[in-house]
Design a protein around this ligand. Sequence first.
Ligand code: ADP
Length: 400
Amino acid sequence: MNKYGSTALVINCGSSSVKFAILDPKDGHTYLSGIAEALGLDEARISWRFEDQDKEKASLGAGAGHDRALEFLVKNIMSQNEELHDSIVSCGHRIVQGGDIYSEPTLIDDEVVANIAKVIPFAPLHNPAHILGIESARKNFPNIPHVAVFDTAFHQTMPPKAYRYAIPETYYTDLHLRKYGAHGTSHMYIAQETAKFLNKPLEETNVITCHLGNGASVSAVKGGKCMDPLAGLVMGTRCGCIDASVVFFLCDRLKMTPEQVKDVFNKESGMLALSGISSDMRPIEEGYIKGEPKCVLAFDIYAYRLAKFIASYYVPLGHVDAISFAGGIGENSDIIRKLTCDLLKEPFGLEIDDELNSKFMGFKGNGSGKISTESSKSAIFMIQTNEELMIARSAMKFVK
Ligand code: ADP
């Protein structure tokens, strides 16, 4: 009998990183977690931590890629604890984009890999990296099921009036151009946890879920089904929603190519551009507290945009039981939560409880909880999201 029982390996490949974790899918207990970073660069490196040990790190060698990272995981890290290695019965892969092909976790075979490749145009940075991760994980862990868990799957329940753009139909029919949604695995988890807090069945719960990390999105979840996700928020380096005419203005006036505009909107915009100091919320928050004008404006724009999106989701939901904040910013920035909820106080009767708001902070380690007053018209929660646990649980469904 293996002392770890049956565990799942969760892999999340970005364009230059691989995050990995081995966890118990029943309670989310994490035995090993780590990240390989700067892949493809001279300083490619990996760091990891077994639950009861200090963090360790190593160089992967100049130019090391995803394959080398996973090989290192098996040969150098897992070899330190063979019993843990042997406890892995399934591997879940986070896949950012599954197009309109997948609406649930799927056992990976060559056809699935080909389909993930087909929708690369909708996730040009992520999907190629996911394929590298899948190929090398299948090679390094050949005897277990590999399962694709799509961020877009949860959003497949939204109706056409939510996902269609008001542009000529052939772009939709021929090119599959439509809204797909982001961070679905997290939105599903946040909705489930919120329903537990409300003591209501998920099927009877209406919640607006805010996943606020480096990437950010808000979603309307009615009875556990996504009604309308939106990726229009201001993000770390991304501008979010912007008037389409801005693109033409930049192309006309500065003779920029569409590729250059895309780069500016993706890599040089968002909180980085507004604050002028960083894409990371922490130094901007410090500037906000000191009253530095650019940081104050950056925070005001972030909260204003977020509040407007939350407000728009009263339309698909009708009645809103709760609004939940999650992700690195949603869990750790009481200021963003407060600024946002205050904007929603007059129109929707939302009332944040200042004491509870400063109590439930991810970095304080006291878990998720309610941060609204008893008289608030809808409850407000801080929920610590756990995409790894959702992926691990999905992966276990394919173990015979
Ligand atoms: P990712 O989308 O990469 O998973 P995370 O969910 O980890 O991102 O969120 C990263 C964001 O969380 C960064 O902008 C970071 O500044 C912010 N963040 C982390 N800790 C704090 C904190 N204590 N206060 C404010 N923001 C924080």
